[in-house]
Structure formats: C-alpha cells, structure tokens
Write a protein that binds this ligand. Sequence first.
Ligand SMILES: CC(C)(COP(=O)(O)OP(=O)(O)OC[C@H]1O[C@@H](n2cnc3c(N)ncnc32)[C@H](O)[C@@H]1OP(=O)(O)O)[C@@H](O)C(=O)NCCC(=O)NCCS
Length: 173
Amino acid sequence: METVTICPAIPGDFEALARLYEEFHEFHVRGIPVRLRSLGETSEADDQQLFARLAEIVAGAGSTLFVARIHDGIVGLAEVYIREDDPAPGIIPRRYGYLQSLMVAEPYRRDGIGTALLGAAEDWARENGATEVQTDIWEFAGGPLLFYEKHDYRTFKRRLAKTLVGALLAAPW
Ligand SMILES: CC(C)(COP(=O)(O)OP(=O)(O)OC[C@H]1O[C@@H](n2cnc3c(N)ncnc32)[C@H](O)[C@@H]1OP(=O)(O)O)[C@@H](O)C(=O)NCCC(=O)NCCS
C-alpha cells in the first residue's frame, strides 16, 4: 500500500474533499434509493458554500476534519464534533465525539485507511474530554455496520419505521 498520512484538513484540500463528499452521498443513494436522491452535478456556488462550511469545521474549537493523504491527493475523510447531552433530570449526561461523516474513496477501501481515520477521530475526541464516540448510520447490505461493529461500536438506540398499507400510492413523491 502507498504511504497514507492522517492529518487535519487544510484549505488546499477542500476541492478534493468536495468530490469525496459527493461520493459519500452517492454511495448512500445507491444503498437507500427509497429515502435518498442523487444531488446530480454540483455547481460552483454549491462548492463555494461547502468550502465555507469546511473552513468553519476546521477553524472551530469543537470540530475537526481529518483527511487521509497519499502522495497525489486525498483518499478519505473523518468529520467529527464534540457534543454534550442537554442536562435533564432523567438523563445521565455525556460528553462525546460525534462522527458526522467517515469516508474512504472506493479504490482505497479495505486497506486500513478507515480504521486509521476512525482512530484519529477517537483520539481527538478523547483529547477534547469525550468519554465515547457516537455516530448514526444507514443500515443496508454493503453498508458500514460491520466496519463499526468490528471496532466495538454497538447500537444503543434504533429508529423504526413501517410503511403504511396504501399510503405510498398517495404520497407526493
Ligand atoms: C466504512 C469505510 C469507511 C471503511 O473504510 P476502509 O478503509 O475500507 O476500512 P478498513 O480497511 O480499515 O476495514 C477494517 C475492517 O472493517 C471491516 N470492514 C470494512 N468495510 C467493510 C464492509 N464493507 N463490509 C464488511 N466489513 C467491512 C473489515 O473487517 C475490515 O477488515 P478486513 O479488510 O481485514 O476484513 C468505507 O468502506 C467507506 O468509506 N464506505 C462508504 C461510506 C460509509 O459507509 N461511511 C461510514 C458511514 S458514515
């Protein structure tokens, strides 16, 4: 395998990151076509909006964006935040790292890069006072559940849905 370096993103990475985020979304569209739709071609304005958002993530005290870098570009990303449960009498509050997005470009998968990005996100969360890392995933064949389970992530809450008989015919989409 080529040498891969995991490091915080810099503005010069944003163009490559925009393409990776597109791949991330389209991967999920293929996995859950009944709930997600392709964004199609992105415009220059879309890119500029994303670049501004990425600059905020990189500069923010409670957020970071790691990239997996090889000699000629960026092949993976991990976007992570520090979050805390809102105080409430019936809740045991936690400070946790929230992994918003984790992505490795398709040709570079199954080579340990996802594991390295996840490790960087976990280390960063620990250094910022978190006691755990949480994430939300879509479940579908070929999705990331097995990857996370391999890294000791376990479900602690589920969202259930049942399609109502006849309702889809009347739905506006
Ligand atoms: C999930 C993802 C980040 C994993 O990255 P990766 O670089 O391929 O992961 P690694 O090579 O570090 O995999 C480590 C182990 O996880 C498991 N694993 C990884 N991908 C898997 C998959 N698709 N199915 C089953 N197990 C998987 C394997 O046990 C693997 O070890 P092995 O290759 O020795 O069997 C990558 O597949 C990806 O970008 N997928 C699309 C986007 C996505 O689903 N992101 C996560 C949701 S936010």
